[in-house]
Design a protein around this ligand. Structure first.
Ligand SMILES: Cc1ncc(COP(=O)(O)O)c(C=O)c1O
Length: 360
């Protein structure tokens, strides 16, 4: 079966992990600091802070911005659960706006109408590796004096007119096993805000600057040196792997040009890093998924139930009408996309998609 995603782990990662294991310094060593320094330079921010996963990265940002009970954060329903659960973890309420039908990212024209006196932040999601319209989002945020939290968990290296996502506002990245850059589990926060960075560094480390002096209520959200050693190798090959993802996307685009499906749309000025290659079909999405599986091709549905329709959100009394989001949950599927996808396997995927879509 050809998988939808597979991490690119090679001899470098194995050697780097072995070195950390042999050093006896599994946590609190040099790798975490080096990963933070190099990732901040890569994104173009003053600070990068490593944490245990992307969910925690988002939680730290919302909490660190002082968001809590009675506050609202504007975001999307067409995203992974953690965008929303991290907002709600602070006691704040997510306010959902719909997405653009062709790009699946936040429809910035809808944001302003969703702003109320309780709004405390705007959280666009750079879904599937495509940046949201950051010119529009930042303009609105500036007009209303609101911080922007970028959910960049799927968008390492993606850029908007040449500037990397995670540097427009405060960024949250995931290093989960299927992401464009992975440490198995892990997360990174990017920001230019010295005060926020300092607070998050305390918060992730039991509230301690000095050992056993707990300045604030904090927890253990640290990344290990074992994970950071993998992260450094992954960062070394991120740009090369991104180029491979873009080449795979280009071949899919050409191969599907005559089919009645919508292939990913990349508006001018945006650099798509293709965490996913997601298509929209006109009918029988689930039948197409079954046909692909029968042909040995895995596919993913991201996401079958939008977050605004999840039980815990509905039970919280939150309601939103998001017709474009609902449509995307019904007619999209994602195809195998990872740097190690061979040309031969991609040929198999293309033939399977053409057959499954063609006979409907
Ligand atoms: C859009 C989005 N937000 C947040 C997360 C949470 O990241 P993690 O799984 O590392 O907690 C993910 C990753 O799964 C994601 O895709």
């Amino acid at each position: 079966m050809i998988p939808v995603a597979r991490p690119d782990i090679g001899a470098d990662e194995i050697a780097a992990v072995t070195e950390v294991l042999q050093s006896g310094m599994l946590a609190g060593g040099r790798c975490v600091a080096e990963l933070e320094e190099r990732f901040a330079a890569f994104i173009g921010t003053k600070h990068a802070i490593a944490v245990s996963n992307g969910t925690v990265a988002l939680m730290c940002l919302f909490k660190g911005l002082g968001i809590g009970e009675g506050d609202e954060v504007i975001t999307v329903g067409h995203t992974f659960n953690a965008t929303v659960s991290s907002i709600m973890s602070t006691g704040a309420t997510p306010v959902f706006v719909d997405i653009e039908p062709d790009t699946y990212v936040i429809d910035a024209t809808l944001i302003e109408a969703a702003i109320t006196p309780r709004t405390r932040a705007i959280c666009p999601v750079h879904l599937f590796g495509l940046p949201a319209d950051m010119a529009a989002v930042v303009a609105i945020a500036d007009r209303h004096g609101l911080p922007v939290v970028e959910d960049a968990c799927q968008a390492h290296g993606a850029a908007f007119w040449g500037r990397r996502v995670g540097s427009f506002g405060h960024g949250a990245f995931s290093l989960y096993g299927t992401k464009n850059m992975t440490t198995g589990e892990g997360g990174l926060i990017t920001t230019d805000d010295d005060r926020l960075a300092d607070w998050i560094r305390l918060y992730r480390n039991q509230g301690m600057r000095e050992r056993y002096h707990h300045e604030i209520l904090g927890y253990n959200f640290r990344l290990t040196d074992i994970a950071a050693a993998i992260g450094l190798c992954q960062l070394d090959k991120l740009e090369c792997n991104t180029a491979r993802r873009q080449a795979i996307a280009g071949r899919y685009d050409a191969a599907f040009a005559d089919l009645p499906i919508r292939t990913p749309v990349t508006p001018p000025g945006r650099t798509h890093v293709f965490h996913q290659y997601t298509i929209a079909v006109q009918q029988d999405r689930d039948g197409i998924v079954a046909d692909l599986a029968a042909a040995g091709v895995s596919s993913g549905i991201y996401y079958p139930i939008p977050v605004h329709r999840q039980r815990y959100v509905v039970e919280h009394g939150i309601h939103a009408d998001l017709p474009i989001t609902d449509q995307a949950s019904m007619d999209t599927l994602s195809l195998p996309m990872f740097p190690g996808l061979t040309d031969a396997d991609q040929t198999t995927v293309i033939a399977a998609v053409r057959a499954a879509v063609g006979h409907r």
